[in-house]
Design a protein. Structure first.
Length: 280
């Protein structure tokens, strides 16, 4: 039987110490994509944490549903920056462990559907990524697009909503990475701190990191800028709740090895803790 796995986690609203209870929920509909052998789309880490902030990693995984046959792409492409944020999952997990914060991870590749892009936008299901065409994403009909939205995008969005509904959050941070060279252009920054309506949060983080590691090339709103057409979490969740927030982008050559991850865990943990002290 083929079903859509809507979520592996049912959020509890009547418990003081649990963020979630692992109960698999499925929804059978006309839009089918995931089979029983496919992984669930969302993973929660530190589910019972009472720390009043939320960590996200929307591009943590690079799984492809079996029914999509790797989107016709080779292993090199599926392991590259096109398919996921290299190093971001490891960094996010270790950061969550260091500060004991709840973390929501997406397990599927953004090439299937991007959980941080508005559904229906041109970048939601990309037809090309850094000069590589994704023919399996071209000429999709409504049912094919809706199957991906329901099976992969929606569970992540529901998990974010439930995390905010369950407990008061004073801040939220999304962990990402980016490639040093994109579309032939070099990116000189070691890390970027993205925000649109919470610039003071980005500035606090970047100042803290710069004090600890002044040799790093850091920037506000690089290599991307937040936009309603190309972003989801910040416009739809963080900004609407008037929360201090930041999308943290680390260049992936900084965190594709254990030493670099350890350094950035230390830097971000202190920067976030310093910020939170002023919010509590």
């Amino acid at each position: 039987m083929i079903v859509n796995k809507i979520s592996v986690n049912k959020i509890l609203f009547d418990s003081g110490n649990l963020f979630s209870l692992a109960i698999e929920m499925t929804l059978t509909s006309q839009f089918t994509l995931l089979t029983e052998i496919d992984p669930d789309p969302v993973e929660l880490v530190n589910a019972s944490s009472q720390v009043p902030l939320l960590l996200l990693c929307e591009h943590a995984g690079h799984a492809i549903p079996k029914s999509l046959k790797n989107l016709g792409l080779d292993k090199s492409t599926l392991s590259s920056h096109r398919a996921w944020d290299i190093g971001a999952e490891t960094l996010a997990r270790k950061l969550a462990q260091r500060i004991n914060a709840p973390l929501i991870l997406q397990r599927y590749s953004r090439l299937v559907i991007d959980p941080n892009r508005p559904p229906g936008s041109s970048e939601s299901i990309p037809e090309i990524s850094d000069r590589i065409e994704i023919s399996a994403n071209k000429n999709l009909d409504f049912n094919e697009r809706e199957a991906r939205r329901q099976a992969i995008f929606e569970p992540m969005d529901q998990a974010i909503q439930a995390a905010f509904d369950f407990s008061e959050r004073k801040a939220a941070f999304s962990i990402h990475s980016y490639t040093p060279v994109f579309d032939g252009h070099e990116r000189e920054w070691n890390a970027g701190f993205l925000s649109r309506k919470s610039l003071s949060t980005a500035e606090s983080l970047i100042n803290s990191v710069a004090q600890m590691k002044p040799d790093l090339n850091l920037a506000i709103n690089q290599p991307y800028q937040i936009d309603d057409e190309t972003d989801w979490f910040i416009p739809q969740h963080a900004e609407k709740r008037l929360l201090p927030h930041c999308l943290i982008e680390i260049r992936n050559d900084q965190i594709n090895h254990e030493t670099g991850v350890s350094q950035w865990v230390k830097l971000l943990a202190k920067a976030i803790n310093d910020l939170m002290k002023g919010l509590l």
